[in-house]
Design a protein around this ligand. Structure first.
Ligand code: RUQ
Ligand code: CUA
Length: 666
């Protein structure tokens, strides 16, 4: 690089032009030809990009791209994986490759709940590569989430002001029983909330702090059209919990809540006996089935596990809606609460709101099979899974007569998933295994028979949820199953006393062959569950659509950039950002001013994000192309404060700076 000024300018211009060409090519390949022969002096910046490899002909990077292309041929889709460990008891002999070659994409999106990290993680299947993280109940500096005004206000106001959450059950929105790719919903077990993630932008856009409950554990959408998000109140409390009945646990109550998916408001709740653990719905929009492990209504573990039987509760959604419409409720903290306890008048007669079905000891999961015929309720402290016939449950006088099967699958059954070919797979927490069994055979066998069990696969160790591809839809895809193991113990290099979890990838094919353990995947504590959607069902935007925030926030161009004094102590600073400069090289405010900074990223191309950091003011924005973000802060002390970009956006990223000058107020 020459010292000479004009040379430097030329270099910079050329560099910007090359990046623009590349990005243009990514956006619209027809607009640029493959062989415009530029040489990429700073090619290293872009080498990792899949789309750059597509462009292919850049002279300066031809050899590197060639090397990567070489990798591709060395790693075809069917390659034997080399990172799979020995597959425990079964080894990896048939070579079901899960590796996805450089530049290739996964077939499925996996959406992982992040447990008490409070986030959602996007993991590609089958590669198990982590693609992205979406902060939900946590704050996340890397995405500026919980730093700009909008997300801070959402977390503070609707979100209740908690600094963390414990998300367990991710759910995808459905239309006509199919994933429509619009939203993901997830619960917060810790603070009784439900959040919505917008899948156009892969961003959390709404949170509801559900009234009258301390914990929302089980969480599901009502199939087939996402009429409600349903949440299980796990912890029984006095109702309302305002100091009454504190020493009278008999009077504590658990609530089943319905949230409107659009307004994200709690529309009704149902009071029940016992507690509420996990929930799933039938495929026709009528039944929601929840497990209850503490029918004893005890407040310590000995009491909670005392009885040999607890129950599942079957909620009749239309019957509940009717009761609400008829005004048969008590309004508590603004929500209509109907009485679904066993002795309630509303549970008398042919059309009870809630049916209580006796099931063996401390059941955990409820999952409804693909055809919607059975709900599968795992025993946890019983080695069985109870199959409840949902076609019958509305017909029989005694709900126990709707029990259609109860195979004995092994110790500590927690969750069940499906391959769409008549097999169920149940995780066995205590046995550290996944049991595969035949659903029809279980329906025909004696209750308690282990004959329907076909095969068991060791996992490492102590699985909670297991999930096969699109197993929660009416048409599961089989092929891969992930076992989310709570403990990894000795499976990875030791990293101190807090161990990662271990998500193991298991090949199941169409269910006709043996299961095969294919990969270990360490997971940051502590994911609980995951859900998969074929890539064709998810269609994220690559840049923002400014119409989506029109009227709420401005789009600030370079010309609009400037400082507007609102009053003695308030200023509004507006600025654009692009490679590699902000709309203003500096701006001046007065000591003590409240500064509202509105910043737009005016880039039209994808993957060029600009950050805004202002040292000593705790300002941290991440702004994607065509997006606007705002932050309000106080310029407490006079001085000069550099503003810099946190996202590595160009070769002149370090030079992408501005100054905030805070003048003494005098
Ligand atoms: S739970 S390990 Cu929160 Cu889904 Cu069953
Ligand atoms: Cu903009 Cu770095």
């Amino acid at each position: 690089m020459s010292e000479d000024n004009t040379d430097t300018e030329r270099f910079v211009e050329e560099h910007e032009r090359q990046i623009n060409d590349l990005l243009q090519d990514v956006e619209d390949p027809a607009q640029t030809s493959d062989d415009d022969g530029f040489s990429m002096q700073l090619g290293g910046l872009e080498l990792g990009r899949r789309d750059f490899m597509k462009a292919g002909a850049a002279a300066g990077v031809a050899s590197a791209a060639g090397a990567l292309a070489g990798c591709q041929t060395a790693l075809p889709d069917s390659a034997t994986p080399n990172d799979s460990g020995d597959g425990g008891s079964q080894g990896s002999s048939s070579g079901h490759g899960h590796l996805v070659a450089p530049g290739e994409k996964d077939e499925y999106y996996g959406f992982w709940s992040g447990g008490h990290s409070g986030e959602i993680r996007i993991i590609g299947i089958p590669s198990m590569r982590e693609l992205q993280r979406i902060p939900v109940f946590n704050t996340e500096a890397a995405r500026g989430y919980g730093y700009d005004d909008q997300t801070t206000e959402m977390l503070e106001n609707e979100g209740g002001g908690y600094t963390w959450g414990d998300n367990h059950h991710p759910n995808l929105s459905e239309t006509d029983g199919e994933y429509d790719g619009e939203y993901l919903y997830v619960n917060d077990k810790a603070n009784g909330r439900i959040a919505r993630v917008n899948l156009k932008y892969f961003e959390t856009d709404a949170i509801v702090d559900v009234p009258n409950v301390q914990s929302v554990h089980g969480c599901t959408v009502l199939s087939p059209d996402t009429k409600y998000i349903l949440g299980n109140g796990e912890f029984r409390t006095p109702l309302p919990n305002d100091g009454r009945d504190v020493n009278d646990p008999d009077k504590y109550t658990a609530l089943f809540s319905a949230v409107d998916p659009e307004s994200m408001e709690t529309v009704w709740q149902v009071k029940v006996d016992g507690n509420l653990d996990i929930v799933d719905t039938g495929k026709e929009g009528r039944w929601a089935i929840a497990s209850c492990y503490n029918s004893e209504e005890a407040v310590e573990i000995q009491g909670m596990t005392h009885d040999d039987r607890d129950y599942a509760k079957v909620f009749d959604i239309p019957a509940i809606e009717e009761a609400v419409d008829a005004g048969e409720y008590e309004e508590i903290n603004g929500v209509p609460v109907v009485d679904g306890t066993r002795d309630s008048d509303l549970n008398e007669g042919d059309d009870p709101l809630v049916r209580y079905v006796s099931t063996p000891k401390s059941p955990h999961c409820v999952e409804v099979g693909p055809d919607g015929k059975y709900a599968f309720i795992a025993g946890k402290l019983s080695p069985t899974v109870t199959m409840l016939d949902l076609d019958k449950i509305g017909e029989v006088d005694d709900p126990s007569d709707a029990v259609a099967g109860r195979p004995k699958v092994g110790l500590g059954p927690l969750h069940t998933t499906f391959d769409g070919n008549g097999h169920a797979y149940t995780s066995l927490f205590i046995d550290s295994q996944v049991a595969k069994w035949d659903i029809e055979e279980a329906a025909n066998a004696e209750l308690g028979s282990s004959d329907p069990v076909i095969e068991k696969q060791d996992v490492h160790y102590n699985p909670g949820h297991i999930q096969a591809l699109e197993a929660m839809t009416t048409d599961p895809d089989g092929e891969w199953l992930v076992s989310l193991n709570k403990l990894s113990k000795d499976r990875f290099l030791p990293v101190g006393p807090i161990h990662p979890d271990n998500d193991q990838l298991i090949h199941i094919g169409d269910g006709e062959k043996e299961m095969e353990l294919v990969a270990d995947h360490p997971a940051y504590p502590e994911p609980h569950d995951c859900i998969f959607a074929h890539k064709d069902k998810i269609d994220p935007a690559t840049t923002w659509d400014r119409e989506d925030y029109e009227g709420e926030k401005p789009f600030v161009t370079e010309e609009d950039s400037g400082v507007e004094r609102i009053d003695e102590e308030t200023v509004h600073v507006k600025a654009s950002s692009k490679r590699s400069e902000y709309g203003m090289f500096d701006f001046t405010v007065k000591e003590g001013d409240e500064v509202r900074l509105t910043m737009t990223n005016v880039e039209g191309v994808r993957d060029i994000i600009h950050g805004v950091a202002i040292p000593e003011h705790d300002v941290n924005l991440a702004i994607a192309p065509q997006d606007t973000r705002e932050v309000t802060f106080t310029a407490d002390d006079p001085g000069v404060y550099w503003i810099y970009c946190t996202y590595f956006c160009s070769a002149l990223h370090l030079e992408m700076r501005s100054r905030m000058i805070v003048e003494p107020r005098d």
